[in-house]
Design a protein around this ligand. Sequence first.
Ligand SMILES: Nc1ncnc2c1ncn2[C@@H]1O[C@H](COP(=O)(O)OP(=O)(O)O)[C@@H](O)[C@H]1O
Ligand SMILES: [Mg+2]
Length: 257
Amino acid sequence: MAKVITFSNQKGGVAKTTSAVMTVGNLVNRGYKVLLIDTDPQANATDFVAPHCDGTRSIYSVITGQHPVEEVIVHTEEFGDVLPSSSQLYNDEILSSNPFAIKEIIDAVRNSYDYIVIDTPPNLGKVQIADILASEYLVIPTKATRESVKGIQMLIDTIYQYLEYNPSMEIVGILVTMSDKRVLAVRENMKFIKQLAESIEVAVFSNWIRAAQALVGEAELFHTNVFARKARNKAKDDYDGFVSELLHRIERMEGKV
Ligand SMILES: Nc1ncnc2c1ncn2[C@@H]1O[C@H](COP(=O)(O)OP(=O)(O)O)[C@@H](O)[C@H]1O
Ligand SMILES: [Mg+2]
């Protein structure tokens, strides 16, 4: 039975998509069966891992009953299975009558996977809420800037509002992305992040993701799973450390260790 891991933050540009795709690539490389669900109408994750998708079959067409999910999931060599998104999902009214639509899609396929990873859109609209209702383990990527930190409180407030309808969901932690510990402003802003995290009783992953334009940019451009390649890179190493920590924390939350 798959565990459902969601990368969520209403801010754009904090590496939600990159973290979701890197996590999927890493889990696939570890030998797990993984499904990536793209729920952002911008479809950046879809473009990264399955660039041939043209949007005619997508999570939108599953929610609206045009296609069964099995006919929409795309099998990729590098990143496992993908449920693509499409710009049609900007019409999020389709979730008004059933905010559990994404959970229902997951329930229909969860027996086939070890992990299901959800990439979310950069706002707190109906899709984000449907994602929260479908999630088991939430990761909040953020940059270590003062501005990025501000949004976290708002996100947590929204999450708590919906926890009533999905009480078993756990916030696994805050993942600091694109941040180099050697930069003074990063270290200073980390103090704010840790303070905030402590006050809301949320963990901060000890593995930070450093900025590494070459790796992320090239991987995106060439649609490659960096974990299946020999090339060494700091962001690749950081994501490997993060995934180990993520799996360990999940096991701990399940009471296994
Ligand atoms: N560790 C990193 N180093 C350098 N660039 C990164 C890193 N992570 C993400 N990026 C780049 O930052 C931009 C925003 O990342 P993205 O994952 O699309 O954020 P989001 O999904 O939160 O909007 C993208 O251009 C991406 O390639
Ligand atoms: Mg994104």
